[in-house]
Design a protein around this ligand. Sequence first.
Ligand code: ZN
Length: 455
Amino acid sequence: VDDCSRFLSDPPIRDKRLLEFSLGWTTLFGVRAQMAELLRVFVITWDPLELDDARPRAFGTANSDELCVYVPFWSLEGLAERRGTDVAEVLGWLGGCAVVTAAEYQQDVIAGRHARLVASGEVPDLLAGALEDESSEAVLGRPAKIAVEGGGWDEIGLGAITDIVQQAYGPVAFDRSLVGLAMPPTPRQGCPACEGRRFNFPADLNEQAVYMCGPHQKEVQKVTRERMVRAGQSNRPGWNAITGASIRREEPMLPFGLASKIRAQIGKPGPELLRLLAQAHEQFSGQPEEFYAAIGEKSVRPGRPPRWMQTLVHDLASAGLIEEALAAAETLADFEPLWSGHWYDDSLAALATVVTTGAIEEDRVRFQVQFVRDLCPGSPSVQMHAGDVYHALDEPESALAAYENARSLAVAQRDFEVRRAVASRITALTGSGNEASAQQVIRVQRRVQPRKRRR
Ligand SMILES: [Zn+2]
């Protein structure tokens, strides 16, 4: 247990790592004891399938000679908290569930068909018994022994990725056995394959290929291609998941499973999404593109945030979350300064709609308007929305000045949209005009008096 807290108190959260534990119970005998021998429990700092929807809190899968349980460390902490226990108890609870479940389907496990039967829904997932009820009792109780294996945190490799994919998509027939290449009639000096070496697949084989003679390089390509084709044919979604995760393994990551958490909140603009974004942005200060890649936003052009981020200030305001909209403008602008004008502009447009409701104090409204105008003095849209705010504050002169300013900027910048929009506002304010502006005037008259200033 000492080991446990020593290694888990300071996990390498910015790297893709795993920490293996061995668990032991003293009271086991028979099949359960046999299955407990096969158990390997890993705490991970990165979920290779973090971009998938609705990820479970932990993943367990059976190979014929191993029961593998993977627990993201952020879920480990959360589970310990909700169960009112510690991480050792949680590992024992999950590991014990895997052992007991595997013991029930011992024949399938030993025959190496358990994972396939789980995928087709014929037998329960190794951890279903525990995860379906997070407060369920640990079937084997607290482990008598819990120790770190292998000296500490190690890199997440293809083995872990394959297991985790297997839990989600079923087995992929990816042959990773040692590769021995044919011996040519005339071996070439220095070629590792001509020297009769055998290679781990795929990493070792492909690293060594550059030192090989021409015929052996060709053979490496052939073996690699054949094995990949066979894997893809055996389980296309599973294979795609393995290759996708292997690519993401080389890319920057977000700690604490933030990628999954943020993706789950996209389309639900609110305080939780903002909190997660602020936390995530810390890791990618000055590197927005890396952040977009880390949360799995593909086809985002440089300097262009994903659509849901572009509209976030507006969406928060539309949902009535004006404080959050103002906070979002600030957070987002810090993160992607190129777009700060856009978000601050949206914050002004939002303010204009709530001034009369008293949802925001007048002092703050004035501060925000001044701040944004100073920040974007050349933006016709910002000047127009500033005018809207003054209009709502019942200050027609300031409103008109801002509108006039907006109009000349719009003319100079050939911004026809703002030019048209601001023209109808001016008409409404100055009382001359068409039907649309008449309605604007009515709106102005109906408006309630701004609240008195607080003392
Ligand atoms: Zn050779």
